[in-house]
Structure formats: structure tokens, C-alpha cells
Design a protein around this ligand. Structure first.
Ligand SMILES: O=C(O)CCC(=O)C(=O)O
Length: 280
């Protein structure tokens, strides 16, 4: 059994708001190593996909499924990560890693994300239980209003799944429901400092604006599932494989592989991406 990282108050906040910020989740030296790897690793760059927002700005991401023996694998498999995720998912099945993505929102050109719930996408993969899916965003650079930090509607995970259709080339939530939600629920700009983590429920409505600043906004978002939560329409397999947990010091102390063997998402290999506007 892992050490419990989140307090009862943290868990109560997650349950009430649909999200939780954990300050200083990663130390500065760990973030430096992760960010440098993100910049330097050829595989990460070659496997980046561009997604157009409604204004034609491009949001860039690299997405892979199986967490490996690279520094990102060590972060996503770390004891601190998996114990926190196990606490919020609150079940008796092991935690599995669905996928991770490096979000690369470049100065002036990094595009917006329309309002959506992650489960708006994952429902199409036929995952059964949205409560058993969670995302963890770790800030590799500061994220603030100027560079297009994440915005959330506090408590919106309690709405249940909202219909999603296409918004530009992205999948977006039904704006009637979003506007209704905004009449009574609070819109929060989740500003993060380097190394902070945002843990958020798969039904939390969120979006982000374009990065119009002259600073990059990079982060890694890792998504987790409980093994008992079956997906009936998902071709990747990591989502049902228990994470092989590594100690927290692996990021700094263990020898790290490159991401060249990672199973990156490729548009041409994934029928689910056909016609969705994903560009290699
Ligand atoms: O990083 C962002 O700005 C938004 C990402 C997002 O909404 C998502 O990955 O679901």
C-alpha cells in the first residue's frame, strides 16, 4: 500500500470542485530535467501533432500510451503520482495509465482548446465510469491568463456528461449547456507555477485560450483509469495494464531511455482520428 499523499480535506475539495491543485508536486530540478527532455528528445518532436482551433491557430501535442523507462515514464509511474491518483479514483482495482500528452503551446501561435469534458472524448471509447478516469496536468512552465492557462467551471463534473460535437476541428461541448452552467457556476482560471499539478475529473468542463504572450506554456497531462473500468471501444491497451510504480527519485536518479520506443499516437494508425482534423 502506498503512502497517502492527499489529505481528507484535499479529497473533499476534489469531490466538491472536480479538481485540485497540488503546489510543488515536482521540484524545480525535476521540472528542468523533464522540460529539457521535452525539448531535446527527437521522438517527442517527430511525433508532435498539430490541431487547429476555431481561429486557425495550432495547438501542438505529442501523445503516447505506454509509460516507459524515460523521464516522463518515471514521472507518470512515480509513487507520488500513482498514490494520489489511487486516492481520487477511490476503488479497489489497480491504477492504469491511459495516455500522456506533452502540450506545447508556443508563444503567439499556440491555439485555444474549446470547452469540453475529457469524458466527451472517452465516452466514445466506451469507458463505463467517468468517476474512474482522471487527468493530472503538471506545469513545465508557469501557466497564467496571459499564456492561456486552463479554465474550469468549478463543480461542473456533477452535471454528468454533456453532448459533444465538432467545434472547429476539435470536439467541443454543447454550448447551450456550457452557457447554462456559467450562469450559476464559477469560472476559474487555474494559474499554475512550474512544478504544480492540477488533478481534474473527466467530466469537469474546461478550456484554454490561445497563447498570445511571448512565453511558452508547456505541460504534461497524464490520464489514468482504474483497471476495473472497462473500455469497449479502445484499441490501445495501456488503459487496462496496472502501472509498474517506480520510486519518486527515479526521475533524477535512474538512467533514462529516450522516447524513441514509445507508442505515440499517429493519425494514420488510428481510425478514431480520421476526419477529426488531427494533423501530423
Ligand atoms: O492544455 C490545454 O490548454 C488544454 C488541454 C485540454 O483541455 C485537454 O487535454 O483536455
Amino acid at each position: 500500500m502506498h503512502r497517502e499523499r492527499l489529505s481528507p480535506a484535499d479529497l473533499a475539495l476534489y469531490e466538491k470542485q472536480g479538481y485540485l491543485v497540488v503546489q510543488g508536486f515536482c521540484r524545480p530540478d525535476e521540472v528542468d530535467k523533464l522540460y529539457q527532455t521535452a525539448l531535446d528528445d527527437d521522438a517527442m518532436r517527430k511525433n508532435a501533432l498539430d490541431l487547429n482551433d476555431q481561429n486557425g491557430k495550432k495547438t501542438r501535442l505529442s501523445l503516447w500510451f505506454t509509460p516507459g523507462n524515460d523521464v516522463f515514464g518515471y514521472l507518470t509511474r512515480s509513487e507520488r503520482m500513482i498514490s494520489s491518483v489511487a486516492q481520487v479514483l477511490d476503488g479497489d482495482a489497480p491504477v492504469c495509465h491511459f495516455h500522456s500528452k506533452l502540450m506545447q503551446k508556443e508563444p503567439k501561435v499556440g491555439g485555444a482548446w474549446e470547452w469540453h469534458q475529457d469524458y466527451g472524448y472517452w465516452y466514445k471509447n466506451q469507458f463505463m465510469f467517468p468517476d474512474k478516469l482522471v487527468s493530472v496536468m503538471v506545469a513545465l512552465t508557469d501557466a497564467n491568463k496571459q499564456n492561456g492557462c486552463l479554465q474550469v467551471i468549478k463543480g461542473s463534473h456533477k452535471l454528468g456528461r454533456v453532448n459533444h460535437g465538432f467545434a472547429g476541428e476539435q470536439v467541443g461541448a454543447d454550448m447551450v449547456m456550457v452557457d447554462n452552467a456559467l450562469k450559476t457556476m464559477e469560472l476559474v482560471y487555474v494559474e499554475l507555477e512550474v512544478g504544480d499539478a492540477l488533478i481534474f475529473h473527466s467530466n469537469l468542463l474546461h478550456r484554454s485560450e490561445a497563447n498570445l504572450s511571448d512565453r511558452p506554456r508547456w505541460s504534461i497531462i497524464s490520464c489514468y483509469n482504474l483497471q476495473s473500468n472497462l473500455a469497449y471501444n479502445e484499441t490501445s491497451t495501456a488503459w487496462k495494464v496496472p502501472v509498474d510504480v517506480v520510486p519518486d527519485n527515479a526521475i533524477m536518479d535512474w538512467e533514462a531511455a529516450s522516447l524513441s520506443d514509445a507508442d505515440f499516437l499517429k493519425k494514420e494508425n488510428d481510425p478514431a482520428l480520421k476526419d477529426t482534423g488531427w494533423e501530423k
